[in-house]
Design a binder for this molecule. Structure first.
Ligand code: N01
Length: 507
């Protein structure tokens, strides 16, 4: 068998989080680092989600790394291609591309207590790493619907995150299943092209207008010459989004103006009362992600588009049969049914020293980490975009950068103090999550709708239930006292009470 590649830090995934980790760690002098990426390029979700109309619903200036602002965004809300290019440019400029091994998929990561290292099996051999950083993202594993007969469908079937660009849609009958953030971007883009479009809606989303506009050349030049101005615009975008947190997490009455805007948007866009009734949401605004679109409602009023609200019974080779017995012929089936978030299959590949997987631990105990990043029982593992870091209202890159501060400070602390391992104390993690659960209990996300924020038990372990600056504050520094630790030479582990002994007592 080939020898394992020994590396100090192994980062899994080259999307916004994994790349950010590579950039920041290399900057800090952690050069013995490899990024493994299953795809053939950087970009993660922005590489994979190339469906027609894909764009960011967070403003461009805010949806970028704070250390790599881009004055060249063409619009207030950037299209996918521009974000993908941005990530590639940043990777190149930061000089980390040669750290990335493309086409390498991790099949298992196992911590070894005796060696105090991780063994990571991949499709291209084994890595032996001291520290593992999970940068696999939360929205990376497409969730395909389990519908009777779907595998018998005669035409192409694909998920929005795996768009098959070789399939022509012009003049064909297309069915789109789902009405979430992905579907509302796809539908307006393909509706003018296809012959007929059936949109299968289980739950009508809240949709607000998207205040989008192209940035004229002079404005971009201004941002280029006066970076402070771009920072000010970014700060304004950040603050205005943060106001939503009051309504989402503390006082739902504060969401009333937003729901009034949503109702007005629907009333002004859809004149037909029957269609309007179908499209009226039946849950509290904010419970699911609030969607932004200027084209969704208009697309649904087109003559060649039908909104089907009868539940899907089964798929036949020719189309879809709904519970009312109606048969809806289709040539192409697009599933816009979201992602495995709290049940990501990747968690099945991460094992503690006793062989227990993160998937098993989180399924039975709840998906919990400490500060969204570290997990008791899994030393030297740092999870980016981990539990309780998801957002519905603002930029995930802000949360990622907060975690990067924590990660970099953790590794710096370990280096300065001669530590081999750190492992968050279970009691600290439990207390942290008790508080989080109490806060989440007050939020709009647990008011009865179904969303990817929730786990099978109806808790919302995926979202951060507070202002994002509160998360930034708590991840600013690595709090070593919350961790059990061992020294580099193996001396001085801790006794079962958590009291450091030997050399570790002095660390
Ligand atoms: O997925 P979703 P998404 N039969 O889970 C329906 C990010 N994102 O890919 O609401 C019929 O939101 C399901 O119905 P219901 C963003 O964070 C960002 O759209 O559960 N329907 C729902 O309508 C977003 O939140 C951007 O009743 C079924 C839809 O499928 C996240 O990705 C753009 C079904 C799934 O909606 C996920 O968005 C796009 C079934 N069996 C996405 N199963 C940006 O702009 C599911 N559905 C940054």
């Amino acid at each position: 068998m080939d020898q394992a590649t020994t590396v100090d830090v192994l980062i899994i995934g080259a999307g916004f989080s994994g790349l950010g980790a590579a950039i920041k760690l290399v900057e800090e002098g952690f050069d013995d680092l490899v990024v493994v990426e299953r795809g053939s390029d950087v970009g993660g979700t922005w590489r994979d989600n190339s469906y027609p109309g894909a764009a960011c619903d967070v403003p461009s200036h805010l949806y970028s790394y704070s250390f790599a602002l881009n004055p060249e965004w063409s619009r207030a809300f950037s299209p996918q291609g521009e974000i993908y290019d941005y990530i590639r440019r940043v990777t190149h400029a930061a000089g980390v591309r040669d750290k990335i091994r493309f086409g390498v998929e991790v099949t298992s990561a196992r911590y070894d207590d005796t060696r105090e290292r991780w063994t990571v099996e991949t499709t291209a051999g084994e890595y032996d790493a001291r520290v593992v950083v999970l940068g696999v993202g939360a929205l990376c594993e497409p969730k395909n619907p389990e519908i009777d007969g779907i595998s018998e469908f005669a035409g192409p079937v694909f998920h929005t995150a795996r768009w098959d660009h070789s399939v022509p849609l012009a003049d064909r009958r297309v069915a789109v299943i789902g009405t979430g953030a992905s579907a509302i971007q796809v539908v307006p883009s393909i509706a003018p092209v296809v012959g007929h479009l059936d949109v299968y809606q289980r739950t009508a989303p809240w949709v607000l207008p998207r205040m989008d506009r192209a940035y004229p050349r002079f404005e971009r030049a201004l941002y280029r010459r006066v970076p402070g101005l771009q920072r000010a615009v970014r700060a304004l975008q950040y603050v205005s989004r943060e106001f939503q947190v009051v309504g989402l997490t503390r006082n739902r009455a504060a969401l009333a103006p937003i729901s009034a805007l949503g109702r007005a948007n629907l009333a002004m866009s859809v004149r037909d009362p029957a269609l309007r009734a179908k499209l009226t949401p039946n849950f509290e605004i904010g419970c699911k992600r609030i969607l932004l679109s200027n084209g969704w409602y208009r697309a649904l009023t087109r003559k060649n588009v039908d909104v089907v609200t009868a539940p899907i019974s089964r798929v036949t080779p020719e189309g879809i049969v709904t519970a009312d017995g109606a048969e809806h012929p289709a040539d192409v089936l697009v599933v816009a049914t979201g992602f495995h978030v709290t049940d990501s299959p990747f968690f099945e590949r991460v094992h503690d020293s006793a062989g227990r997987t993160l998937a098993d631990k989180w399924a039975s105990e709840g998906m919990e980490a400490y500060k969204g990043t570290t997990v008791a029982g899994y030393p030297n593992l740092f999870v980016l975009v981990g539990p309780a870091t998801g957002l519905g209202h603002s930029s995930m890159i802000y949360m990622i950068e907060s975690q990067l501060n924590y990660l970099v400070d953790a590794l710096r602390t370990m280096r300065d103090r001669g530590l081999q391992t750190v492992e968050v104390r279970e009691a600290v993690q439990d207390a942290y999550n008790r508080e989080l659960r109490e806060s989440t209990g007050e939020t709009v996300w647990v008011t009865g709708c179904k969303s990817w924020y929730l786990d099978a038990k109806g808790n919302a372990p995926a979202v951060w239930p507070d202002f994002t600056f509160a998360f930034r504050r708590e991840t600013r520094e690595f709090d070593l006292s919350a961790y059990r630790r061992t020294a580099v030479d193996g001396a001085g582990t801790e006794n079962p009470t958590g009291t450091p002994t030997g050399q570790a007592a002095a660390l």
